[in-house]
Design a protein around this ligand. Structure first.
Ligand code: GTP
Ligand code: MG
Length: 375
């Protein structure tokens, strides 16, 4: 985990303290039994002993939003829910699957359950006798992946690839696979429409093997779940599989710090002004926070969750609609909370200026090109 004493390290690796001190000595480090060793030093010793240590650093490296974590977060890491994107070919049932999961899990039991579209929503799932949550990004999979990847943003932990059992692998199925693979996002396949007479789930599996997705029952490592969005079949299994994959994915964040994350979508609302859906990837976002999203400055005036409820705080992996930005940021922009309003304004202004500059440069380059072609 974190730093520990020579004594603690010795008992952990089942070596004598003298041995540890000796190793350190040969590394040029004079240590005493009660001395606290930093993680790097512990790693040096472990390497010498041929042991790999599971440090908080490793946890951070394993997490999918490493760029969102800082070394100061390492001692405060807590598990966070997985963020899942549903992808697949046109008409294979992405929206139906989302709706089905949402209807059974979200609207159920909510008085007047008006579900607001905020581009992301969360569902509660019972798993291993515990309550877990899964956050779904309700964006057209490919565009979101492409736009965000182009900006270097990583928001998805798991991709659910929907393939219709009566239609099989199609061009956008292949595209989705390559997007997910490029982003190193684990894929769970949902073979949909199994209620149909013409469904051939085994053929779908066969076809997928050609793209490197081999089902577990055939000795591969891809989880494939036959489902019917229409008849709400096997959705619980799909959700359980998502949690299973999430468990091995080591998804951590530090809720005890100012928030940072990514803009999922944003628009200008006539009545409410700029409205942005922000996915919190680290820290906790609160009403009253001062933030910079891309080149936009703002102060969180109100936050609304996917059930249309006002919330005071949003913890890691949760997405909320945020009111209070002075401008409309772009999807894929990163946001962060700053403590100093002046600094935040200055940062936003600086970024806006940089954006104007690059637009001007692009326009100038375009003019040069057209002049060249004229001459
Ligand atoms: P795009 O957003 O256009 O790419 O489509 P989509 O992937 O979101 O598919 P959508 O959910 O709109 O479903 C397409 C059609 O398939 C609709 O007519 C659905 O009713 C139907 N459909 C979806 N899931 C199932 C299913 O499990 N069984 C059957 N029989 N039909 C389904
Ligand atoms: Mg759809």
């Amino acid at each position: 985990e974190g730093p520990m004493s020579v004594q603690e390290l010795a008992s952990l690796v089942r070596r004598s303290e003298a041995e540890i001190i000796k190793i350190l000595f040969f590394k040029g480090i004079a240590a005493t039994i009660n001395q606290t060793l930093e993680v790097e030093t512990i790693e040096l010793v472990a390497k010498e002993l041929g042991i790999t240590v599971e440090t908080a650093q490793h946890k951070a490296e394993a997490t999918k939003v490493t760029e969102m974590l800082e070394s100061s977060d390492l001692d405060h890491l807590q598990r966070r829910p997985p963020v899942v994107t549903i992808m697949g070919h046109v008409d294979h049932g992405k929206t139906s699957l989302l709706d089905a999961i949402r209807n059974t899990k979200v609207a159920q039991g909510e008085a007047g359950g008006i579900t607001q579209h905020i581009g992301a929503y969360h569902v509660d799932v019972e798993y291993n006798g515990e309550k877990h949550q899964v956050v779904f990004l309700d964006t057209p999979g490919h565009e979101a992946f492409t736009a965000m990847r182009a900006r270097g943003a990583r928001v998805t932990d798991i991709a659910v690839l929907v393939v219709a059992a009566d239609d099989g692998v199609q061009p956008q199925t292949i595209e989705a696979i390559s997007h997910a693979k490029a982003a190193k996002v684990p894929i769970i396949v949902a073979i949909n429409k199994i209620d149909k007479e013409s469904a051939q789930p085994e053929r779908v599996k066969q076809e997928l093997t050609e793209y490197g997705l081999v089902p577990e029952e055939w000795g591969g490592d891809t989880i494939m779940v036959p489902v019917s969005a229409l008849q709400q079949q096997n959705l619980d299994t799909l959700l359980e599989m998502i949690l299973l994959v999430a468990e091995v994915e080591d998804l951590y964040a530090n809720p005890d710090r100012p928030a940072k994350g990514t803009v999922i979508e944003a628009h200008l609302d006539r009545a409410r002004g700029p409205v942005a859906t922000l996915l919190v990837q680290n820290g906790t976002l609160r009403v009253g926070d001062i933030l910079v999203a891309g080149a936009c400055f703002g102060k969180v005036r109100a936050m609304i969750d996917d059930r249309g409820q006002r919330v005071e705080a949003a913890t890691p992996s949760f997405a909320v609609e945020v009111l209070g930005l002075a401008d409309v940021p772009a999807a894929g922009d990163e946001f962060e909370v700053l403590s100093d309003e002046k600094a935040a304004r200055a940062l936003a202004e600086e970024r806006a200026a940089a954006q104007r500059q690059s637009r001007l440069a692009q326009a100038a380059a375009a003019r040069r090109v057209s002049l060249t072609s004229l001459s």
